[in-house]
Write a protein that binds this ligand. Sequence first.
Ligand code: 5GP
Ligand code: ZN
Length: 115
Amino acid sequence: MTSTEGSDCLFCKIVAGEVPADIVGESPSAIAFRDIAPKAPVHVLVVPREHHGDVSALAASAPNLLADLVEMADEVATDLSDGQYRMIFNVGPKAGQTVFHVHAHVLSGTQLGGF
Ligand code: 5GP
Ligand code: ZN
């Protein structure tokens, strides 16, 4: 958890429908929506409805939700592409995390470069 939980958290607001998003998947525990600045033909963010600050906190307190994110990533990549995808979790500012509500980046729809 971080201090951005709830009314101050952008992704909590998207989950609550208070900020619009292009939603491409929904389940009782998670939603998926297109990234506003896509880095691949398919670039979707998959987030739990519950607020957790990063994937480390999520794995520690609700590992079932982490499995739900992977399941939804699979569904979205199958629906929008060919089922092959890269999943990235940034943890901490040095890794590039800017929104402190855990989210999986799901990149698909092209041959992705090595890194
Ligand atoms: P991070 O850098 O925290 O791993 O990823 C945050 C992602 O959220 C970025 O890829 C950024 O483009 C995306 N993002 C930031 N603000 C919004 C927004 O208002 N709507 C959507 N759909 N994506 C956003
Ligand atoms: Zn949140």
